[in-house]
Design a protein around this ligand. Structure first.
Ligand code: KG4
Ligand code: ZN
Length: 352
């Protein structure tokens, strides 16, 4: 079984071909990503209109390249998948329309993929892990703890009530004068910083439930930076290290709470799975490795290139859905907002 996946929900244009391997996981036959970071850098964030136009500019060549690298022609495919949301509507429409047109022209089944579901299922592509598992999804737009019980079967255990984690990294970077996107910059600075110099708050620590709140931490960082201004390079490094240490403590605490809720309803999870761009952070990866080692929990950390937005995850989610006969009509509309768990309460401005 081979599926082409197309991703255009944010600032990466991506296309990939994935096949089902005999081991039950996926083989990535090609995985082409073109980042638009340079186009948005001057604005300090993603500009939706620029993103949509940039997707139009490169998508056809990228899909051609993904097919050529995989050694498949469009006729060898079993299905065509495109991310249909959630994300920036202009970009989503570009990839979705392209995918539908290809499916129509080649007479192939079409699968409209939820971008969050694709992040959630990546651990099955890389490691073939069994349901149910606990997912920590941490990206620029999402911060969620989810019980993944099956394809299309998700229960949200926690979400952020304000900023997403990646957004907090990006905002802290901006206030410290670091380049966009901020997450990798903060991590780099933190490597030579003192994580104990500033005692930043750990919002929600030990509170019931598994929700996150990051805006108070972000404000504390801003106030401290203003208090000790002008900042010397070592101040920036220490602030980054102290911020990251606070984030790590919050993440581990929230996972502990989510695990308790998970076990009540589903028994033991087969693994803790981490996904989303922030999962590329080395300090977070190390602390999760330590935590899972101590708690005897299997940890699946996909390689950073599969944690950030990519086409392989869309192709794989499409493949999983296709195997279950879950295909979509060509009238499927783009969804700027598309929660994985529709029953979950809406807690913030639509990001969750
Ligand atoms: O999943 P992703 O590529 O895009 C979406 O938001 O869907 O995640 C991007 C986010 C950005 O906020 C970026 O700053 C953050 O992930 N990020 C990191 C690191 N690499 C990327 N945050 C912390 N440490 C990193 N190494
Ligand atoms: Zn994403």
């Amino acid at each position: 079984m081979r599926v082409l996946g197309i991703e255009t929900t944010c600032d990466e244009t991506a296309a990939a071909v994935v096949s089902l391997s005999s081991r039950g996981c996926g083989d990535i036959l090609s995985n082409e990503v073109m980042s638009q970071i340079a186009e948005h850098a001057a604005y300090g964030g993603v500009v939706p209109e620029i993103a949509a136009r940039a997707h139009v500019d490169v998508l056809d060549r990228l899909v051609e390249r993904a097919l050529a690298t995989s050694g498949c022609s469009i006729h060898d495919l079993d299905g065509i998948a495109a991310a249909a949301g959630p994300g920036l509507i202009g970009g989503v429409i570009v990839g979705l329309t392209f995918g539908k047109a290809l499916a129509l022209a080649a007479d192939k089944p079409f699968i409209a993929v939820n971008h969050l579901e694709a992040h959630a299922l990546t651990a099955r592509l890389t490691d073939g892990i069994e349901f149910p598992y606990l997912l920590l999804l941490v990206s620029g737009g999402h911060t969620q703890l989810i019980a993944v019980r099956g394809v299309g079967d998700y229960k949200r255990l926690g979400t952020t009530i304000d900023d997403a984690l990646g957004e907090a990294f990006d905002k802290v970077a901006k206030m410290l004068g670091l380049a966009y996107p901020g997450g990798p910059q903060v991590e780099k600075e933190a490597m030579e910083g003192d994580p104990q110099r500033f005692d930043f708050p750990r919002p929600m620590l030990r509170r019931p439930g598994a929700d996150f709140s990051l805006s108070g931490l972000k404000t504390a960082v801003r106030l401290e930076a203003e208090r000790i201004a002008p900042l010397r390079p070592q101040d920036v490094r220490d602030i980054c290290a102290s911020f990251q240490a606070a984030v790590v403590d919050v993440i581990i605490d929230r996972i502990r709470h989510a695990l308790r809720a998970f076990r009540q309803d589903n028994g033991d999870p087969s693994a803790l799975v981490v996904a989303g761009g922030v999962a590329a952070n080395g300090a977070i990866r190390r602390s999760l490795t330590r935590f899972c080692g101590e708690s005897g929990l299997h940890l699946v950390l996909p390689p950073p290139a599969l944690c950030t937005d990519n086409g392989a995850m869309i192709a794989w989610a499409g493949l999983e859905r296709l195997r279950h006969g879950m295909t979509d009509g060509l009238d499927f509309a783009a969804r700027p907002r598309w929660p994985l768990d529709p029953e979950a309460e809406r807690v913030n401005n639509g990001k969750a």
